[in-house]
Design a protein around this ligand. Structure first.
Ligand code: B12
Ligand code: SF4
Length: 481
């Protein structure tokens, strides 16, 4: 059996998207290969984008898609639908597959959109036959390996979304892999890793190439009100063993020549003792590489010993989730459960260990008043951070924030972002307007970089300021961004 896995074509507002190798598809491919299934991967994110009226389209023109699908001639097509901006692309690939391959070739979707919006994936993409919610390394290969007649009662398949008697049915997602060490390492051989590094994604500015990504654990037990990650990876944090993690890192460094590794976990330091064991093992094996945590590391569990071990094990900087400098907004509104004191203590450990700290902020949370925003500015200006970046809150379905706003009638059932680009505000909470959020964004960067001007200029002169963004420099110089 041959399966073609495709990252569905998507729209973006800019030419350079935040991108790395598609770990989800690489994990699925490895799981399929382990079961003796042949796999190929097609990634729309590597296609040179075409300009559209309001942005860019990453995908193949119709005729080329048809030619590609015919040449692969797969027995099944698996599509990752990353979000609203991939819906049209998912539908296009599914329709093309149905018209140029045998109609019996199942087209199956997975990824963020089906996990979050559930039945809508089949309602909005009529040519998609089925979809899986969430983590699928066990469910998807198992489903494919059983021939159509033996698939039996679809209502028993974990997390499956399917059609039955004209309606779309959604099975609950209950199964998550408990022993992640059981999973084969992502099938990185199936993609052109260099193409991601040369894609111009800003992510690669944070590390020395070749840079590869790893997940040492899945999920997070924090449950912030604005986060829907649990719909993909479940509600409880699941670690890989330190030995298994270090074995994969050794492969990244030895076989793939990685000089830098992005640790993409939602909560790398959830169990500080495990993180320390990983660091000690990396030190013992003298693996020569650098790493960092671009997706953020929780500040709840940091002590000086861990910070120092991270530094000795090759960590070169840490990105940390602060979200708001107002403790009230962070905890009462966002439900983050992280005190000012914990933030100050953890950052001071990283600084003592010699690790630059990059703060990740979230603007536009419903209920954040001007006074609270000023409180946030004052706190952030005092923190010894090397740089900050700020995104905008979006009420994703599945979050407590979404449920609250629905209950208050602020958003309706059809509420969706125009695109999946949250570096620009696309949602204004009640009492605010988009223009005000943009203004706050500028104020935050300006105030931060002015209060840290000496250090930033020093880092720029020493050539160490690789994560200070263009927007940050513009804010510092007072020019328009
Ligand atoms: C690493 C990561 C990134 C990386 C790389 C993403 C990539 N792989 O290309 C980078 C930094 C580039 C990134 C960027 C962004 N990200 Co991101 N990212 C993550 C993170 C932390 C892990 C994703 C991952 O690799 N998971 C590991 C693999 C194993 O899981 P997976 O990819 O989901 O795949 C599994 C299932 O989904 C399923 N599956 C996937 N495809 C298919 C296909 C089929 C056929 C089947 C059956 C199953 C299936 O099976 C896979 C294996 O288990 C998640 C949080 C999370 N824990 O999910 C956020 C997350 C997905 N990102 C998010 C966001 C918002 C973004 C950005 C929009 C941020 C921004 N401001 O620009 C951008 C968008 C990028 C883009 N082009 O779409 C949100 C999405 C929220 C939503 N839409 O509902 C999440 C959930 C984080 C959060 N808590 O808010 N991200
Ligand atoms: S800490 Fe991060 S991953 Fe965990 S719930 Fe909050 S936003 Fe989501």
């Amino acid at each position: 059996m041959k399966v073609l896995l495709v990252r569905a074509p998507f729209f973006a507002s800019r030419r350079k998207v935040l991108l790395s190798e598609p770990l989800g598809l690489l994990y699925l491919a490895a799981a399929l290969k382990e079961k003796g299934v042949g796999v190929s991967i097609l990634d729309s994110a590597l296609i040179r984008p075409r300009r559209t009226a309001d942005g860019f389209y990453f995908g193949w023109p119709g005729e080329e898609l048809e030619r590609i699908l015919r040449s692969f001639c797969p027995d099944a097509v698996g599509l990752t639908c990353q979000g609203v901006s991939s819906l049209q692309g998912t539908d296009l690939v599914a329709r093309t597959a149905k018209s140029c391959l045998s109609p019996d070739v199942p087209v199956i979707a997975g990824g963020i959109y089906p996990s979050v919006h559930k039945a809508r994936i089949l309602e909005e993409c009529p040519s998609v036959d089925l979809a899986f919610q969430g983590e699928s390394e066990e469910t998807f290969p198992d489903f494919l390996r059983r021939g159509l007649p033996e698939r039996g009662d679809l209502s028993k398949i974990d997390g499956l979304i399917y059609r039955c008697g004209g309606a779309v049915k959604v099975n609950p997602k209950r199964h998550f892999v408990q022993d992640l060490d059981r999973l084969p390492f992502p099938a990185r051989d199936l993609v052109d890793l260099e193409a991601y590094m040369n894609s111009g994604s800003v992510l690669y500015g944070l590390g020395s190439k070749p840079t590869l990504t790893i997940l040492t654990s899945r999920s997070c037990s924090n449950h912030c009100r604005f986060c829907n990650m649990w719909m993909i990876h479940g509600r409880s944090w699941r670690p890989r063993s330190p030995q298994n993690v270090v074995e994969e890192i050794a492969l990244l460094v030895g076989k793939y020549g990685a000089r830098h590794v992005f640790v993409m976990d939602d909560s790398f330091a959830h169990e500080p003792e495990r993180a320390k064991i990983i660091c000690r093992e990396l030190i013992r094996r003298r693996l020569r590489f650098e790493w960092n945590t671009p997706h953020g590391i929780s500040l709840k569990h940091i002590d000086l010993e861990l910070a120092r071990l991270m530094k000795r094990a090759g960590c070169v900087n840490v990105c940390v989730g602060i979200e708001s400098g107002s403790e009230w907004v962070r905890n009462e509104l966002m439900g983050k459960g992280l005190s000012d004191a914990q933030i100050v203590q953890a950052i001071s450990c990283f600084k003592k260990a010699g690790l630059p700290v990059y703060g990740l902020m979230l603007l536009g949370y419903p209920g954040e008043t001007d006074a609270r925003f000023k409180e946030s500015l004052a706190f952030i200006s005092r923190l010894p951070l090397s740089a900050i970046s700020a995104g905008f809150v979006f009420p994703f379905p599945g979050t407590r924030l979404y449920d609250e706003l629905r209950a208050e009638g602020v958003i309706g059932e059809d509420f969706k972002p125009p695109l999946d680009d949250f570096l620009e505000p696309v949602f204004a909470p009640p009492g605010a307007v988009i223009g005000q959020l943009r203004k706050r964004h500028k104020m935050l960067l300006k105030r931060f970089y002015l209060s840290h001007a000496g250090q930033v200029v020093g880092e720029l002169i020493r050539g160490k300021a690789r994560w200070i963004t263009g927007r940050g420099i513009k804010a510092l110089l007072g020019t328009k961004s």
